[in-house]
Design a protein around this ligand. Sequence first.
Ligand code: FES
Length: 157
Amino acid sequence: MNQDAEFGFEELQEELQKEILAEARKLYTDIVIDHAMNPRNAGEMNDADGYGQALGSCGDDMEIWLRVKNGTISEAKFWTNGCSTTIASGSVITEMAKGRPVMEAQKISQQDVLRALDGLPEEHQHCATLAANAMKGAVKDYIALKREPWKRNYQRR
Ligand code: FES
């Protein structure tokens, strides 16, 4: 392949990316696109202080891990097999949780996630519910572990 052909391919790739982005902007806010394309806090966490898993109405699931120091969430991670708006929801909710008192994090609602993302299309609003439910589960697990720390040894976290 000569240099001109390579240059043409890169230009084509750039054009395609611009078109895809323009299409995405018709449906999603810039915040959603940013979090979906550059997710924060994606991945698992070893030996977490709280772990939650939730199943969405569509069959997708999300897991959330929390690290808590002195009652405050110092680190939060998420993983999902869901769509890009689910990724955006997991990304934004873990960002919202970091630095908050752990008991406050369980109050983060679907509406809070939607507000932080500047909205989601109607058919994807359940993705925000999934993230809020996984966060509630992680805080619930944190509370349960505080009561029965020996459970840490045999649960996924
Ligand atoms: Fe299923 Fe987003 S959680 S489409």
